[in-house]
Design a binder for this molecule. Structure first.
Ligand SMILES: [Fe+2]
Ligand SMILES: [Fe+2]
Ligand SMILES: [Fe+2]
Length: 325
């Protein structure tokens, strides 16, 4: 690959971030109607306005940095890179799933801005560093609002279900968790070989081993309910049939895309287990609640480990695209 300047690469990163915001806008436009709870709907509506700002600010930053006309034109409906794959992984058909999905997506955005900020620092683009930090703060605040609304999301999801069906709901959430862990295993099995930097590869390897145990614990709880994993669910979650590893391997800046995606995926899991714990509590299933609490803590630790590696991932990505040596 021919050597590139960091400024050129910055434009590419900005274009990726822009496509994430375009996707976020589509989500925020629909979310208030699906929320099923006034407080949750308000949180989405407020973030819709912020997201409109983000999209515009990133688009302006792109044109100020000399993104050519065809690039800018291309941006209008462009959904590439991270955003494409992040949106295929779940069908948010209940307030709970919607909240989990949005919580995860806000973390994808946080990862994207944390990485953009680092790229801007290397390009000594102070204005862009400040912009990335500012938007990142708003994404974090939104994810905190969503986390504070997990109770309402469960309440809204279960409102019309009779108490006698709670057991079945625990099973459904366990089956979702199983499907997510199955997807996680697929991703984590392939990730070390394409991570591009050993500490990131090691984080994926370790979490792969942990994920196996998590899935077994989930299977154990399904068994305790006389149920089994849903093959249909497991298959449906396979990110729209996409080969995740091949997808990331084909990205010119694989290490940061992979790290950012994995970080967001851990937050999909965190939200899933936070919801499961609440549903299990309502059903009086203390063992499932305990399993959910424990796994959620492990997912949080895995996410923390990944976000401790942004700097290294950025180094590796810049080498890979031919900017740094
Ligand atoms: Fe945003
Ligand atoms: Fe956002
Ligand atoms: Fe995980």
């Amino acid at each position: 690959m021919s050597p590139r300047s960091i400024d050129e690469q910055l434009v590419k990163f900005l274009a990726d971030v822009h496509s994430i915001e375009v996707q976020a806008l589509a989500q925020m436009e629909r979310a208030p109607r699906l929320a099923g709870d006034p407080a949750l709907a308000d949180a989405f509506s407020a973030h819709l306005d912020e997201t409109r700002d983000h999209e515009r600010l990133v688009r302006d930053a792109l044109s100020e940095r000399g993104a050519d006309r065809s690039t800018l034109k291309d941006l209008a409906g462009r959904v590439g890179g991270w955003a494409m794959i992040a949106f295929a992984w779940i069908n948010p058909d209940t307030p709970g799933k919607l909240t989990a999905h949005a919580f995860s997506y806000e973390h994808l955005e946080q990862a994207a801005y944390a990485l953009l900020e680092r790229a801007a620092r290397r390009a000594e683009d102070v204005e862009l560093m400040q912009l990335a930090r500012r938007i990142g703060t708003e994404e974090r605040a939104m994810s905190e609002r969503l986390a504070a609304a997990f109770d309402q999301a469960v309440e809204a999801s279960l409102r019309h279900k009779p108490a006698s069906r709670l057991d079945g709901e625990v099973v459904a959430y366990l089956q979702d968790a199983h499907a997510i862990e199955t997807q996680a295993l697929q991703l984590l099995r392939a990730a070390p070989a394409i991570a591009g930097v050993e500490p990131l590869a090691a984080a994926f390897r370790d979490h792969h081993a942990e994920t196996r145990e998590q899935r077994e614990r989930v299977e154990g709880r399904l068994k305790a309910h006389g149920a089994r994993p849903s093959r249909l669910q497991d298959a449906a979650l396979r990110i729209g049939g996409l080969n995740v590893a091949a997808f990331f391997a084909a990205q010119p800046d694989t290490p940061i895309k992979l790290a950012g995606f994995a970080y967001a995926f851990e937050h999909l899991e965190i939200a899933g287990y936070e919801l499961l714990r609440r549903v299990a509590d309502r059903a009086g299933d203390t063992e499932t609640a305990a399993v959910a609490t424990r796994i959620a803590d492990e997912e949080r630790a895995a996410a923390q480990r990944i976000c401790g590696l942004w700097e290294l991932a950025m180094d590796a990505a810049l080498v890979k695209v031919g900017v740094a040596t």
